[in-house]
Write a protein that binds this ligand. Structure first.
Ligand code: BG6
Length: 516
């Protein structure tokens, strides 16, 4: 199995000819992320020699209309602002469109003919990657239809290790433990586990991958990566955007399902996991599952004490006045849905005994920033005393995942001068200055990994189930609406959330969330 940290150009990773079929080709994700990602892979020379994209959707479009619409998406959302016309033209000439309803068997026959035609024209058997960029209501249906038409075959026995047809499933994967199980069982009726690539785009982010390299390629951090040296961990996934045009989905989901169950818990896993036996898909995922299993499950009283939920009120973000959540278009005026959640979790194992993990995620906060900070214990003995004593603060190692990817270590230092004083300074590493390039988008990496049949950065079913199991007590308490249900606090848009979220930390560590 592939090493996830090897470069895409490595000889051991000749990517097989591939066709990516996108269900939901006229949708938002395709325009904002998938096609800009594929275009940038093409600019970087990472796509295989034989590559095609087939869009599948209901709208009566031609190939030319699809290409024009994809170009618009690339122009707006590509990380490279200036489009290279020659590369785009070449890329676009490999984009095709199939019109069809997801329930229409004839449309899948047309798709099949199209895929066979592409094989014939190129004189190769392309691997087939089906991307489910649709509402989750269609996942099971599309999988079944693909199977019925014979498009989910694994390929010739012994022909190669990985199945020829693979499916990328977008989140949300279920809306609770039982629906996630049902969806999984349904998908397994149509394909094998190793054909399913459940995407969590946070795993494709450079700094998230760097967390593993940082921990396991440096000898100096692992010995102190435990309860003896670490006081607590803070994980923040903060967004300044509101619910936007996604109220229909979000109002039924809430931030716990939208961000915490997947992205935030994945970050927690990468901080918390034991060294995997190898950088192989199952070895890494086995360790993540162990972390999730070790997270203490909160009982009702603990949910009330350790979890804060809230929703945004009117306010202003970046100087612009914005509505409160309940006034957003498409939100039920009686909605109880949370747009912010903060919680204290504990990992009950030897490494992390007694170390609180504080997680928060929210929309309409003061700014967009995702960060993990590791707060070390204070120096055991205070040698430097006097007026600057209050400045003697513990070391913090922080991983900024976005928007400015980098790692920084806060240390105490002596400013120049005749007196011994102590001042905090940062030792910084930033992607921009160290590597001189802008990191690729998460979707680029993940699309490429699926093309080379490497599932390491995709979530396995047991991870998803454990994560749902972990948030289940919160969901059932919030949804029960009985007398003891904790309140949904309000917070002004453009702030850092409700006071109760700071109090959650205050009680235990004597101060609120780290200022970001
Ligand atoms: C998605 C959520 O998974 O992640 C969105 O559904 C959220 O609500 C988005 O805005 C955040 O992604 P990123 O990469 O901008 O942090």
């Amino acid at each position: 199995m592939a090493n996830p940290f090897e470069s895409a150009q490595s000889s051991s990773f000749a990517i097989r000819p591939s066709v990516v079929v996108i269900f939901g080709a006229t949708g938002d994700l395709t325009h904002r992320k998938l096609v800009p990602g594929l275009y940038n892979l093409s600019v970087d020379g990472h796509l295989p020699t034989h590559f095609s994209l087939v869009g599948f959707a209901r709208r009566e479009w031609t190939d030319a209309e699809l290409r024009a619409s994809l170009l618009e998406g690339v122009e707006k959302h590509s990380r490279r602002r200036k489009i290279d016309q020659a590369i785009w033209n070449e890329f676009a000439s490999h984009c095709h469109y199939v019109v069809g309803g997801f329930r229409d068997p004839a449309a899948y026959e047309v798709l099949k003919s199209k895929l066979n035609e592409l094989d014939k024209a190129a004189g190769v058997e392309h691997d087939r990657i089906f991307y489910f960029a649709t509402s989750p209501n269609f996942f099971e249906l599309i999988a079944g239809m693909l199977k019925d038409v014979g498009l989910l075959e694994r390929g010739r026995e012994g022909y190669r290790e990985a199945p020829r047809s693979r499916v990328i499933v977008e989140k949300p994967f279920g809306r609770d433990l039982s629906s996630a199980r049902e969806l999984n069982t349904a998908l397994l009726h149509s394909m094998d586990e190793d054909q399913i690539y459940r995407i969590d785009h946070y795993l494709g982010k450079e700094t998230v991958q760097n967390l593993l390299v940082f921990r396991f390629a440096n000898g100096i951090f692992e010995p102190i990566w435990n309860h003896k040296y670490i006081d607590h961990v803070e994980i923040s996934v903060c967004e300044s955007i509101g619910v936007g045009s996604r109220a229909g989905y979000f109002d039924k989901a809430g931030i716990l399902r939208d961000i915490v169950q997947n992205h935030a818990l994945q970050l927690l896993c990468l901080v918390g996991l034991e060294p995997p036996v190898a950088f192989e898909a199952d070895a890494v995922r086995d360790e993540k599952v162990k972390v999730l299993r070790s997270v203490h499950r909160l009982n009702a009283a603990e949910v009330r004490q350790n979890v804060v939920r809230a929703r945004y009120l009117a306010g202003s973000v970046a100087g612009e006045k914005v509505n409160g959540y309940l006034a957003e278009e498409g939100v039920d005026p009686d909605s109880e849905t949370e747009t912010f959640v903060a919680m204290r979790l504990a990992i009950d194992n030897w490494r992390w005994a007694g170390v609180p993990f504080f997680l928060r995620a929210g929309k309409r906060l003061a700014k967009r920033v995702t960060e993990i900070s590791i707060h070390f214990r204070s120096a055991p003995h205070t040698l430097f005393q006097g007026e600057d004593l209050e400045l003697l603060r513990p070391n913090i190692l922080s991983f900024e995942i976005q928007p400015d990817e980098g790692i920084s270590l806060r240390i105490s230092s002596k400013p120049p001068g005749p007196r011994v004083r102590v001042q905090e300074v940062n030792m910084d590493f930033s992607y921009g200055t160290s590597f001189g390039i802008e990191p690729p988008e998460a979707y680029e990496r993940l699309l490429l990994d699926c093309m080379r049949a490497d599932p390491t950065l995709f979530t396995r079913n047991d991870e998803i189930e454990e994560a749902w199991d972990l948030v289940s007590p919160l969901l059932s308490m919030w949804e029960s609406k009985e007398g003891q249900t904790p309140p949904v606090y309000g917070y002004e848009s453009g702030t850092w959330g409700p006071k109760a979220a700071d109090e959650l930390l205050q009680r235990e560590i004597g101060r609120g969330w780290r200022r970001l």
